[in-house]
Design a binder for this molecule. Structure first.
Ligand code: PLP
Length: 301
């Protein structure tokens, strides 16, 4: 058996590169882990791999509610394992992301965003009616556990401990909570700072700042009207909010100045870092770029 050859794409998940952002942040030490280099195109490959390990024996059908990337990761894994797969997404999800899920052979269900059964309720209904295994990233303990056991240790070892602040976008909250907890266990002085779009619900769980306006964002994957229980506020020291225009301007800058074609949540976290840098005073900053700009070419570019 050739040890360099993987048995399936599932074995190609992880070991993504960490890259210095020295063109856009020339006076600071900022690095990003490029999670779009996973085979399914996002960080969610890792979480799905972990969750499927906990799947009841004999499962033939799976369902998940997703802003798109978890759905693609699950659809990819379902192709490999021969599972029947349904994915529910908000109707506003980018066309490329929906097509990507369908391309793996899964069924995509675009759901209401303004009244009527939303993507969570629809996934629950499919699970109830068909007996499918519902991964439920917004509630499952396995979400942040995947990042605590896998992504966190990988990042820590790549950085050889050279990190003072971990800055991360918040969607379900699994990534920041899992990686953040692992990093803080290695170095209790390390700070963990979340970034989300304006008027999202997480900042208030960590700080006493309240948002007055209504939550509405075009940035996919980050921000929630209602916080998800996958978010662990005990791990997070602060949360900053950024306007969509700023996040989108950073998506363009990353592509044109760093050659990093990343998604809107990567632009959002970069905008957050730019806002934070004046008060981070020479700290070594690491972040995660969860997915690729290729999934939003018709939406952001
Ligand atoms: C593009 C993108 N960025 C960021 C996130 C946020 O990650 P998490 O759900 O772990 O908070 C997601 C989650 O769906 C995502 O799809």
């Amino acid at each position: 058996m050739h040890t360099q050859v993987k048995d399936s794409v599932m074995e190609a998940i992880g070991h993504t590169p960490v890259v210095r952002l020295k063109r856009v942040f020339p006076d600071a030490q900022v690095v990003a882990k490029l999670e779009y280099m996973n085979p399914g195109g996002s960080i969610k490959d890792r979480m799905v791999r972990h969750m499927l390990r906990g799947m009841p024996a004999g499962t033939r059908r799976v369902v998940e509610s997703s802003s798109g990337n978890t759905g693609a990761a699950l659809a990819m894994a379902s192709a490999v394992y021969g599972l029947d797969c349904d994915v529910t997404v908000p109707r506003t999800t980018s066309g490329e992301k929906m097509k990507r899920i369908a391309a793996y052979g899964a069924r995509v269900h675009p759901c209401s965003v303004d009244g009527g059964p939303d993507y969570h309720a629809t996934a629950e209904e499919i699970a109830r009616d068909s007996g499918a295994y519902y991964l439920d990233q917004y509630c499952s303990e396995l979400n942040r556990q995947a990042h605590y056991r896998d992504t966190g240790p990988e990042l820590w070892s790549q950085l050889a401990g050279e990190i003072d602040v971990f800055v991360c976008g918040i969607g379900s909250g699994g990534t920041i909570s899992g990686i953040g907890r692992y990093l803080k266990e290695q170095d209790p002085t390390l700070r963990v700072i979340g970034v989300e779009p304006l008027h999202s619900s997480y900042r208030h769980l960590v700080t006493d700042q309240r948002s007055e306006g209504a939550f509405a964002t075009v940035i996919e994957g980050v921000g929630k009207r209602q916080p998800s229980s996958s978010f662990d506020p005990a791990v997070v020291d602060d949360v900053v909010q950024v306007p969509d225009e700023e996040a989108l301007a950073w998506v363009q800058r990353l592509a044109r100045e760093e050659g990093i074609l990343a998604g809107g949540s990567s632009g959002c976290v970069s905008a957050g870092i730019a806002r934070l840098l004046p008060r981070l005073q020479g700290a070594r900053v690491a972040t995660i770029f969860p997915d690729s700009g290729a999934f939003y070419l018709s939406k952001y570019f």
